[in-house]
Design a protein around this ligand. Structure first.
Ligand SMILES: [Zn+2]
Length: 355
């Protein structure tokens, strides 16, 4: 599959702002801004990184809206000069730095719009990533919804049959690619996890994205009403620059290299041993977000929301009034938890629809 997978998607007129000139901060400004980012990273408890096409350009994969992006060139009647296939592309410095930051506990979660599978190839665990638009190196059973890792990119896009039947032997279960076309809903568990992590984050960092696609582009703002910070690292201006607490205009690979150095971390080189797509014999490798992983985050999310509601109430009824809350019987609690979950789902849907 060529890296210009956009060619395979249905025609779509609303491609957003294209080809805006890139801006570069002065070296001294970059260093100063990275000092601030290091300080925030060290003090944050929950850091979520949102990645877009800009983090894969140094792997040879064109972005969409950059000066040489797929859609910028398409508008001029040109095609990108692609020098790598999805099969040969390997994770960049940024992908490897993120893996390192996750393993050292500086970052808790990644939310990616990229379908190139480079986060997976870097060795990031499924429990640490939402892939909102799919992954070329994953396929999904249409019956049990389990996802499996592929050793080569899918030849199809738009959730079509990509050959083969479910590795778990589901009756009639066939494997589909996971790449979204414009009319598709985002994958539910990936989106739920992304929404909750973004809201829980005291620091959301957007890397290499102009934040123009919704809902993905609005997720980094979800922590703002809870006092969280937003950092944007992108060469082009983004849709949400006005809401950012810090904007760094530099190559993301340079930012991540400097950041890791300042934290005393060494970024590992890409190693095929940690790349699950290089183990073709193990066709049972799953790439499914497990329900219990969603539940764990739901608990954290509900706790945060309850705390926020109490704080709001306290600030309204100032001076604060403390009331004793009675422990509820477990069956009632269970019922309430269920209701909370339903409320959470509908809240996610409403917020996303209203965008
Ligand atoms: Zn199945």
């Amino acid at each position: 599959m060529s890296c210009n997978y956009a060619d395979s998607l249905s025609p779509y007129p609303n491609k957003g702002v294209l080809g805006v000139a890139e801006q570069f901060d002065k070296e001294s400004d970059i260093n100063e801004k990275i000092s601030k980012l290091v300080e925030w990273l060290q003090n944050a408890k929950h850091v979520v990184v949102h990645t877009g096409a800009g983090i894969s350009t140094s792997a040879g994969i064109p972005d969409f809206r950059g000066p040489n992006g797929v859609w910028t060139l398409e508008k001029k009647g040109e095609k990108p000069n692609v020098n790598v296939s999805f099969n040969d592309a390997i994770p960049t410095k940024t992908h490897m730095a993120l893996r390192c930051l996750l393993s050292k506990g500086y970052v808790q979660y990644i939310i990616s719009q990229n379908i190139d599978g480079l986060h997976m190839k870097s060795g990031v665990l499924r429990s640490c990533i939402s892939e909102l638009h799919g992954n070329m190196f994953a396929e999904q059973c249409n019956k049990c919804r389990r996802q499996f890792i592929r050793s080569s990119p899918t030849e199809t896009v738009g959730q079509k049959a990509c050959g083969g039947s479910c590795h778990r032997g589901c009756r009639g279960g066939i494997l589909l690619d996971t790449i979204l076309d414009w009319e598709h809903d985002l994958p539910e568990r990936d989106l739920d996890m992304a929404f909750m992590h973004s809201t829980l984050a005291d620091l959301n960092i957007a890397l290499g994205t102009t934040l123009q696609i919704i809902p993905s582009g609005n997720l980094p703002l979800k922590n703002k009403k809870h006092g969280g910070k937003l950092v944007i690292c992108n060469l082009q201006p983004t849709k949400h620059n006005k809401k950012a607490d810090l904007i760094i205009c530099a190559y993301v690979d340079d930012i991540m290299t400097k950041l890791c150095k300042r934290l005393g971390l060494e970024i590992d080189a890409y190693d095929a041993v940690n790349d699950p797509t290089t183990h073709p014999n193990d066709c049972n490798q799953e790439w499914t977000i497990k329900p219990h992983q969603v539940k764990d985050i739901e608990k954290m999310y509900n706790t945060k929301m309850k705390k926020a509601a109490v704080q709001r109430k306290a600030s309204k009824n100032s001076p604060a009034v403390f009331t004793k809350t009675e422990e509820q019987p477990s069956s009632k609690r269970k019922c309430k938890d269920k209701l909370n979950n339903v409320a959470l789902k509908s809240e996610i849907r409403t917020e996303i629809k209203s965008e």
